[in-house]
Each structure stands twice: as C-alpha cells, then as structure tokens.
Write a protein that binds this ligand. Structure first.
Ligand code: ADP
Ligand code: MG
Ligand code: MG
Length: 246
C-alpha cells in the first residue's frame, strides 16, 4: 500500500527527514511514535504534498503508483486521506458543503457520477450517527467554534464519507477526552480495518493504541525510523521514555 524509501525532506531549507524508510502493507495499521520535533508531522505533510515541504531524495509508492509524482488532489483522488493535528477552520463554508464538494471532486476524478443531495445527506447522516454526532452539527462552518472532540469526530465523519485506502492520522488523539478517544478509535477501526486498507497512526501516547491496536509500531527520531516492533513496543516506550528506547 505504502512504501517509503530513503526519504529526505527539508522545511524552510532545514533537513528534517533524513533517510526515512517504511513499508505499510495493505490490511495493516502501523503506529509511528517519537519525541517532539522528530519529524512526524513533517512526514505527514510531505506525503500529503503540502507546499514548503521539499523532497530532496528518496521514493514513495502508494497503491503501486509514484506518490511524489502526483499533485495533492491526485493523491486524494487515489484514496489518500490525511488527518491533521490542527484541523483548519473554514468560516463561510458549512461542513456539509465542504464534505459534499470533497466527495464529488473525488468521484468526478474517478469518472463516477456525483451523489444527489438526498443521497449525500443519507450518507452524511449515517456516518455522523456512527460517530455519535448529530448531522445538524455539520451545518455549521467547518470547525469554527468546534471543541477538540467535535473536530476529531467530524474528521472521522469525513474519513467515513471519503472511504480512503490509506489514512495518515497525525496526533488524532491529542486533546481528546476518554469518550471522544473511544469514539474516534472505534471510527478508525470501523472505517479502516479491512484487508484492502491501511493506516499510519502518528501518536505521542500509547492510549489511542488501546483502541486501535497496531500491527507494527515504529519509532521516529531525528528524521529516521530508529526502531520497529509489535504493539508491545508502544508499552515499552510509555514505560521507559524515548531517550531509553530510541
Ligand atoms: P513532530 O511532529 O515529530 O513533533 P515536526 O515534523 O513538527 O515534528 O517538526 C520537525 C522539526 O522541523 C522541528 O525541529 C521543527 O521545528 C521543524 N519545522 C517544522 N516546520 C517548520 C517550518 N515551517 N519552518 C522551520 N522549521 C520547521
Ligand atoms: Mg509535535
Ligand atoms: Mg507533530
């Protein structure tokens, strides 16, 4: 699904990723953990194609295609979903409008028919309900005045609607209370636990991994993967700290 080889990336001229290699097969959830400033968010942004994140070496293949050769919208059209630590607010655009346009753009790029208004609302209601969210909440402008938990639940509604092949979720658990954490964890499992899907779950803490059990855990430190293991590695990190383990 995702294969990263020797990735080097710079931000504002400063090298941040320094030879990162990682493979996530279809059907697997991999967690990336690591200390502050290790380059975790930089990895997510670089894979998303965010301007300002310059790839200086390496190769990335996604679903058997050259990811780095694709425009950001092509990456999304092919089934890449990115969830960011700080979701953007879009005043003036309702969440439902935003979701419908995102989905229809994806469908157009796949030469699929757009959903009718009624079909879309049915889908949005179903996905919101699964996250314990009233669909009326999504009539409000995107993320404006949303609590941390509401932002993340809404992001999971978006993920359910987009139904991606690969989700890269950057600290999706930060600032969540236990109920929201459980709802978001259940959402990730429900939407993404399938033989033809994969997740890269970036997190500081072990607790999300109690809800979304990873197949592999990787430690990112100073721009490279320095250790990989099974779920027990997350517990070891929680106990010992990054300085000991990495
Ligand atoms: P993490 O998500 O692991 O905490 P980041 O990827 O956010 O780490 O940051 C990695 C390093 O890149 C940090 O030293 C950070 O200061 C630096 N960095 C990130 N974004 C920028 C930027 N826009 N300009 C300069 N340095 C940046
Ligand atoms: Mg950080
Ligand atoms: Mg980060």
């Amino acid at each position: 699904m995702l294969s990263i080889e020797n990735l080097h990336a710079t931000v504002a001229g400063k090298p941040i990723l320094k030879g990162l290699s990682l493979t996530v097969p279809a059907g697997e959830v991999h967690a990336i953990m690591g200390p502050n400033g290790a380059g975790k968010s930089t990895l997510a942004y670089a894979l998303g194609g965010r301007p300002g994140y310059e790839i200086t070496d390496g190769a990335v293949s996604f679903d058997d295609a050259d990811l780095l050769g694709m425009e950001p919208h092509e990456r999304a059209a092919r089934g890449l979903f990115l969830g960011f630590q700080y979701p953007v607010e879009i005043p003036g655009v309702s969440y439902l409008q935003f979701l419908r346009e995102s989905l229809n753009a994806q469908r157009r790029s796949r030469s699929e028919a757009e959903l009718s208004g009624a079909e879309f609302i049915r889908l949005a209601r179903e996905q919101a309900g699964a996250l314990g969210m009233d669909v009326d909440m999504l009539k409000r402008p995107v993320n404006v005045g949303f609590s941390g938990g509401e932002k993340k639940r809404a992001e999971m509604v978006q993920m359910g609607i987009m139904n991606p092949k690969l989700a890269i979720l950057d600290e999706t658990d930060s600032g969540l209370d236990i109920d929201a954490l459980r709802a978001v964890g259940a959402g990730i499992n429900r939407i993404m636990r399938a033989p033809d899907k994969s997740v890269l779950l970036i997190t500081h803490y072990q607790r999300l991994l109690d809800y979304v059990r990873p197949d592999k855990v990787h430690v990112l430190s100073a721009g490279r993967i320095v250790r990989s293991g099974g779920p027990e590695l997350a517990h070891e990190l929680e106990r010992e700290g990054y300085a000991e383990v990495a």
